[in-house]
Design a protein around this ligand. Structure first.
Ligand SMILES: Nc1nc2c(ncn2[C@@H]2O[C@H](COP(=O)(O)OP(=O)(O)O)[C@@H](O)[C@H]2O)c(=O)[nH]1
Ligand SMILES: [Mg+2]
Length: 222
């Protein structure tokens, strides 16, 4: 396969990331590009979920994906294989992206032919939650092997997300994971969170997730 484009994104020179994020959000709104910021710990299933999501939505939207990592281009190659536009962002060792780093990625991706842009943020439940990327919506994945207590341990991440996907529900029988307790813990941190249990491996729950995205993308781009 052809090599994907790799962009080295540099840390923001702006003092206020929040202001810069608001600015990026309004630029994206004006260009009718919905940006999803997808976060989670490493290995919880971001790339697998995105691959499935693209299958559901690529006929309806022009999709572009930014894969952020400290190094490597493996995720961008996986996404490129689905046929959508995909670029790799390298963060130079940083454990998150800020709004200006996201803007550098968006510039490379282009917005003229993208109405649904996705940022797969760096795998981490702490730092990415502290930096508004300018996204239209924030989503996170909590996978079953991580445990149902994580909303209690990483409050900020759960409180800033519009939607929480509970992934790997196929392995629930092998783990001491209480789905109801997990939902309760998420809602304790964020009473407005939309919670969708999914299995990225089998596709279970993906229709509900795709419907949630469609509704929000259409609202943003109208
Ligand atoms: N059993 C199971 N494994 C999954 C599921 N989703 C992802 N995985 C596996 O979890 C591992 C990490 O997935 P990946 O998408 O690379 O996670 P990322 O690091 O968050 O992007 C891979 O081996 C996937 O095949 C799922 O729903 N069920
Ligand atoms: Mg990944």
């Amino acid at each position: 396969m052809d090599n994907v484009r790799v962009i080295e994104v540099k840390r923001s020179i702006f003092e206020s990331n929040d202001q810069d994020a608001e600015k990026l959000r309004s630029e994206l709104k004006a260009s009718k590009t919905f940006l999803l910021n997808l976060m989670s710990s490493p290995g919880s299933g971001k790339t697998t979920t995105l691959t499935r999501t693209i299958e559901f939505l690529k006929e309806k939207y022009r999709i572009g994906v930014m894969e952020a990592d400290i190094d490597s281009d493996v995720d961008a190659k996986t996404i490129a294989a689905t046929g959508v536009k995909s670029i790799q962002l390298h963060t130079g060792g940083m454990c998150h992206l800020d709004a200006d780093m996201t803007r550098q990625g968006i510039r490379e991706l282009g917005t003229d032919d993208v109405d649904f842009a996705i940022l797969e943020n760096v795998g981490n439940l702490v730092c990415p939650a502290e930096f508004d990327t300018g996204s239209s919506k924030n989503a996170m994945i909590l996978s079953v092997p991580e445990g149902h207590d994580k909303p209690l341990k990483y409050p900020l991440m759960f409180s800033i997300c519009d939607v929480v996907l509970i992934n790997k529900i196929d392995v629930m029988p092998y783990f001491d994971f209480d789905l109801e307790k997990c939902k309760e813990n998420i809602l304790f941190r964020n009473p407005n969170a939309k919670i969708i249990p999914i299995c990225a491996k089998t596709g279970e729950g993906m229709q509900e997730w795709a419907d949630w995205l469609s509704e929000n993308i259409d609202k943003w781009n109208s």
